[in-house]
Design a binder for this molecule. Sequence first.
Ligand code: ARG
Length: 459
Amino acid sequence: MSKLWGGRFEGNTDEFAEGFQSSISFDSRMYREDILGSIAHAHMLGEQRIIPKEDAEKIVEGLKSILTDIEEGNVEFSVHDEDIHMNIERLLTERIGDTGKRLHTGRSRNDQVATDFRLYMKQAGQETIENITALCTVLIDIAEENTDTIMTAYTHLQKAQPTTLAHYMMAYFEMFYRDIERMKDCIRHTDVLPLGAGALCATTYPIDREMVAKELGMSGITRNSLDSVSDRDFALEYLSAASICMMHLSRLCEEIILFSTNEFGTLRLSDAYSTGSSIMPQKKNPDMAELIRGKTGRVYGDLQALLVVMKGLPLAYNKDMQEDKECTFDAVDTLNACLRVMGGMLKTAEWKKDKLLKSAGLGFTNATDAADYFVKQGIPFRDAHAIIGHLVLYCEQNGKALDEMTLDEIRKFAPDAKEDIFDAIRLETCVNTRNVPGGPAPDMVENHIRQAKLLLGEL
Ligand code: ARG
């Protein structure tokens, strides 16, 4: 079988080299985008009388039948035809005869692949936004039920101050909401049509690029043909946004793994999202969370791979750029799967409220509030900090919590202390009085939840 570009060749491609340079094994997933792009191109060629209208119609019919056949699983692609673009063109010509050979008028695979890839990534970005949104909904649901579930908040992984599970969940909501915004931005940059750029310097035919963009539902056309065929920023933007999103998932996984240890014991994963050990009968491992954490490295690798592929390329298209797809598709598949697993894992996990509370009562998480108590009595903060520091040391040496001391004991360090200090350092007080925007007080978090629902509703 001769190559579609075989005219100037006398010899055949080496068989191993043919497989080496072929991309059909991974770009066949863009068959739909390729066909819809070709249909729009054919409509435009007919409309502009660049090819006879009847030919355009015949081409469109042929392409539609190929689409149906692919979707029904009746088409086998061939390595010989290199990529999805030439496979479909070959199939078209086999079906409708020589008319099929008119489709590629005024077009190159360089602007074609850029178009297909953008269409695919626009859709991929939308799917990712849907998956992040679904995860955000799970976070909000957990938050809504736990605005007064007290837990420890950490710095340096040392107990710091008390907060609520809702406040904690909503911290992750913020991260994932920013991921949605980044994905939206990425879609905005992706959603422009490069078709019409030709191989690199556009075309002499009187094409109507706006018409093609409109038919493909793209918001505009690219402004420079050289850039159009050599730009992969849209894929890099997806990979960057995906990497940041994976980083958020990974941090959450790290905490899920930690909280479900026997040492913390504040979270219990459901059987549906845990696995056992082949030797240790007692084990219930957080494999899903570990895998998401592990796959984060993989997605960072995908980003790195494409950044390095692109860094030394002269304008315009270079075959190096065929390396753009495997890493990008891998990131799309990985991120979407991780988002789904995370949603299911969180939705079915059980938070041990009594343990969360008990743990928050240990480790002097109310020490800042104890210091603030004295500040409110007119003592400078630095002095109050020192008083409580000594109190904590005394407590540690005597195996007590701050609220287990007697008033007399406290007065040895702070003669001004009164009975109401015990109310001031109750964990509920510590949380409820942090009622500034962004703080853990239940009303503040309820406000945040309301706002978050509105933000998601606007998507
Ligand atoms: N399979 C190629 C890719 O994915 C399509 C463009 C090829 N163009 C070329 N002139 N070889 O990048």
